[in-house]
Write a protein that binds this ligand. Structure first.
Ligand code: PSU
Ligand code: MN
Length: 302
């Protein structure tokens, strides 16, 4: 086990007994949602995972330690600090560890830390991807590279159309990442269940997804992306959300927002422009993903 890892006693015991464990990211807490809804959501997600028979392992970097399994106090700390916590992607890991600092883990770093401990399933809201205009800016999330190389399954609600969804799928294809639609053959677009783009494979049961991932592990391949559509009752009106996203992207461009600020800026703007409706959708799709991830983890552990 890596000397940089610090695993909570509960997660340690689950791993030792080969019980199902589901990893959770912390950037969604610090940068993805406002306080106090972020903390409330993070704690509810942990409960949903437990209710579905798995052990939750929220991931973060605290005092330079790669932590798997946080206490309620640690989740509260990250949620309160919000954007003042460093958003830690792969390139930030070494420096934060060396300096003994804190960091909220993105999809990329959460996958990396989960894999260090042998955790195979990870639930979140949305992943980073190829940004609109990336053919000029080259703004492509490190999440995609991590999916290519790290053997963890990420259960998400697709990607927000703050990204170029078509280019994101092309990139994942190039990198050899299978994209599964859960109960759908269309890539979900986070706030809505449809994007107009097809996924590689449709699967309808947790067993089916677990079997594909088991084969992936056996073949020594990388990660896998499972996209789970937002339930209809929580989905947003496509016209409303697309207008908000277009406006947010235009404002980011006008203000010269770039680099790691781009995604948090867009997430906050979209929320502001939709008057909080998008936050409610966001919270419910995360719950929906947590439930599915736990069910898949249970199948994998059998
Ligand atoms: N997309 C969301 N919510 C989020 C994120 C993305 O809908 O909270 C966060 C995740 O932590 C993701 C990160 O890994 O943003 C991607 O950031 P970037 O695009 O800078 O790689
Ligand atoms: Mn980026």
């Amino acid at each position: 086990m890596s000397p940089y890892l610090e695993i909570s006693p509960e997660v340690q015991q689950a791993l030792a007994e080969h019980k199902p464990v589901v990893a959770l990211e912390s950037t969604i807490i610090s940068h993805g949602m406002p306080y106090p809804q972020n903390v409330e959501t993070a704690l509810n997600v942990e409960k949903i995972i437990r209710d579905n028979g798995a052990v939750p392992a929220t991931v973060a970097i605290l005092g330079g330690k790669l932590k798997l399994g946080l206490t309620h106090e640690e989740i509260e700390y990250l949620g309160k600090k919000g954007q003042d916590v460093i958003k830690a992607s792969r390139r930030d890991l070494a420096v934060l560890v060396a300096r003994g600092e804190d960091g909220a883990t993105t999809v990329a770093t959460t996958m990396f830390i989960a894999a260090l401990a042998g955790v195979e399933v990870f639930a979140t809201g949305g992943i980073g991807g190829v940004h609109r205009g990336a053919e000029v800016t080259m703004d492509i999330s490190a999440d995609l590279e991590e999916l290519a190389r790290t053997p963890v399954m990420v259960v998400c609600a697709g990607a927000k159309s703050i990204l170029d969804l078509g280019l994101t799928l092309e990139y994942l294809e190039t990198k050899g990442v299978p994209v599964v639609g859960y109960g759908t053959s269309e890539l979900p677009a986070f706030y809505t269940s449809k994007s107009g783009f097809s996924v590689d494979y449709r699967m309808d049961t947790p067993e089916e997804v677990a079997a594909a991932f088991r084969a992936s592990r056996g073949l020594n391949l990388g990660g896998m992306l499972v996209t789970n559509p937002i339930p209809d009752e929580f989905a947003m009106d496509p016209d409303v959300i697309n207008k908000a996203i277009d406006d947010a992207v235009a404002q980011a461009k006008a203000q010269g927002i770039h680099g790691k600020q781009t995604t948090p800026f867009l997430l906050a703007k979209v929320k502001e422009l939709t008057g909080g409706d998008s936050l409610d959708s966001n919270i419910h799709l995360v719950y929906n993903n947590a439930r599915l991830a736990a069910q898949i983890a249970v199948c994998l552990a059998r």
